[in-house]
Design a protein around this ligand. Structure first.
Ligand SMILES: C[S@@+](CC[C@H](N)C(=O)[O-])C[C@H]1O[C@@H](n2cnc3c(N)ncnc32)[C@H](O)[C@@H]1O
Length: 217
């Protein structure tokens, strides 16, 4: 894989994909961005005791990791499903600086080492199912309360932002479920609306004016 490790402005790391010339996270802060868009604007908005989450693009595992840590604090049970076409090699994920304790490091490693295409218990309140493959070919069998839409940008990967994919996600979401994404482009907002979502523009993290939150009413 043509990737390199990059430091972001909050001290947390990200990956840079040289082929498409894009980072996995904001250079203004990977952890900060993930916390803002996925934890604060989605996960912490759901007060169900048992939450099902689907993430588009497992990548570094940062969103799954922060969700697991937050769910431990809020004492919620999470079933987390994700899909990844290009898994990050172990020489990268073994060196990310996301964990702050030895225990966290071992949990982070478990997220990456868990088998593909099989549900695994990572902790007593967090199960993980990582689908290996292309989201376009994935049949979603569960129903989700939250979707983290974290694909590469529409400029670099326009086929990830089309109606077909959003429709697939919409159909796999519960009523009242929410999808958040860092991309606030008008064309993305309109596609989400066409599919049936009610879309809000929210303030973005540092370096980004707005993000989107779409609700299935
Ligand atoms: C912007 S990165 C974010 C990754 C991850 N959420 C993170 O925090 O590191 C987008 C991810 O989508 C993955 N991806 C690209 N095309 C895909 C596809 N067709 N199906 C599934 N995943 C894909 C990439 O390999 C990459 O890991």
């Amino acid at each position: 894989m043509n990737i390199a490790l990059r430091q972001t402005e909050d001290g947390s790391q990200t990956l840079y994909n040289k082929t498409i010339d894009e980072c996995y996270h904001s250079i203004h802060g990977a952890k900060n961005e993930s916390n803002h868009i996925f934890i604060q604007s989605a996960f912490l908005q759901c007060n169900k005791q048992d939450i099902s989450i689907f993430e588009v693009g497992f990548g570094t595992g940062l969103n799954a990791f922060l969700t697991l840590l937050t769910a431990t604090k809020t004492k919620q049970k999470v079933h987390y499903e994700t899909v990844e076409l290009y898994p990050v090699p172990s020489d990268f994920y073994s060196n990310f600086n996301y964990a702050t304790t030895k225990e966290e490091q071992s949990i982070f490693k478990k997220l990456h080492c868990s088998e593909w295409n099989r549900t695994e218990e990572i902790t007593s309140n967090f199960s993980l199912l990582k689908h290996l493959g292309d989201i376009k070919n994935l049949e979603l069998k569960n129903h989700f309360d939250i979707v983290y839409f974290d694909a590469f940008s529409p400029e670099k990967q326009p086929d990830m932002w089309n109606k077909c994919i959003f429709e697939k996600l919409y159909n796999a979401m519960n009523q009242g479920a929410i999808l958040t994404t860092y991309c606030a482009k008008g064309v993305v907002r309109r596609t989400l609306q066409e599919v049936g979502f009610v879309v809000e523009r929210l303030a973005g993290p540092i370096g980004k004016r707005e993000i989107l939150r779409a609700t299935k009413r």
